[in-house]
Write a protein that binds this ligand. Structure first.
Ligand SMILES: [Fe+2]
Length: 289
């Protein structure tokens, strides 16, 4: 009996050691590379199939000098538009990080029109007196707005694009009647296909979206659950806590009336690495119904 217990302890110890080694290797892989994932999203009113790309939560990560590997991957997709959905720099980003972001978005603009929406890090930096990231992005040609939308053309399709950070640090009263609902009510009200760049997916998770008019919501913020357990999913996401349902990928709400893609981002969280959670460049083919 003692021998069996000893063997069992050894097996468990070996398994634990293997898990730690695999996690360490995965953390290195997740920091140095990313995957490309394809989605097809049908929206009423899209007349020409159109490919766009989406990225979020870059958190100042670099893939090669001046992010050349990421730029090349985006270039290869020949997108009609590039959507940046917030947290592209870290909280407290310094001048170097901001210059890197400006340079990166300027390079993206050479590929396709960039639509840039703020994440909580950029918004917090601005609230703390940091640089106006919206102005910086606009200075290199990106469409960058907050709680507003533009009527635009993407791949020959008329599309409205909305911009909101989500609902960061709202009080309970603001959750019920937040000041930026005007954009969500208006963006697709006339039946024009509407894509909303919304860093935080919380509004859907907390079910306060019932009168909204967007068709496709592009989100980030969850970092895919940061660590992932194969076969189970993400380990932790803000608001949702442990084992979040909405961690990364494609979701629908209200019997398909609303569609959402959560990009798992590229960065870790405050020095905590991603494990078994490859960063993702999301490639979305918009098609009609
Ligand atoms: Fe983030």
């Amino acid at each position: 009996m003692k021998l069996t217990l000893k063997r069992l302890a050894l097996v468990l110890l070996a398994l634990a050691a293997l898990t730690v080694i695999a996690a360490a290797i995965s953390a290195i892989v997740c920091k140095s590379t990313f995957c490309v994932r394809n989605y097809t999203v049908a929206i009423e009113g899209i007349k020409t199939d159109t490919r766009v790309v989406m990225l979020s939560d870059l958190h100042s990560c670099q893939y090669g000098k001046d992010n050349q590997r990421l730029l090349q991957a985006i270039q290869e997709e020949q997108p009609a538009a590039i959507f940046c959905v917030g947290d592209m720099v870290n909280a407290g980003a310094d001048d170097t990080e901001l210059k890197q972001l400006v340079s990166f978005v300027s390079d993206l603009q050479e590929i396709a029109q960039v639509y840039f929406s703020l994440g909580n890090t950029e918004l917090q930096n601005m609230m703390d007196g940091g640089a106006d990231v919206l102005q910086l992005m606009q200075s290199v040609g990106a469409v960058a707005l907050l709680d507003d939308y533009v009527e635009t053309e993407i791949g020959g399709n008329r599309i409205n694009v909305g911009f909101t950070m989500g609902h960061y640090n709202y009080t309970q009263e603001q959750w019920k009647n937040p000041p930026d609902y005007a954009m969500e009510y208006a963006v697709g009200a006339d039946g024009t296909p509407a894509i909303v760049l919304m860093h935080m997916p919380e509004s859907f998770i907390l079910d306060i979206h019932n009168k909204w008019t967007g068709d496709l919501y592009l989100c980030g913020h969850t970092h895919g659950g940061l660590w992932r357990i194969p076969g189970i999913g993400g380990v932790f996401a803000p608001t949702q806590g442990f084992f979040p349902k909405y961690d990364r990928g494609y979701f629908t709400f209200d019997d398909g009336r609303f569609q959402m893609i959560i990009n798992p981002g590229f960065g870790g969280h405050k020095g905590i690495p991603r494990i078994f959670n490859l960063p993702e460049l999301s490639v979305i083919t918009l098609t009609g119904i």
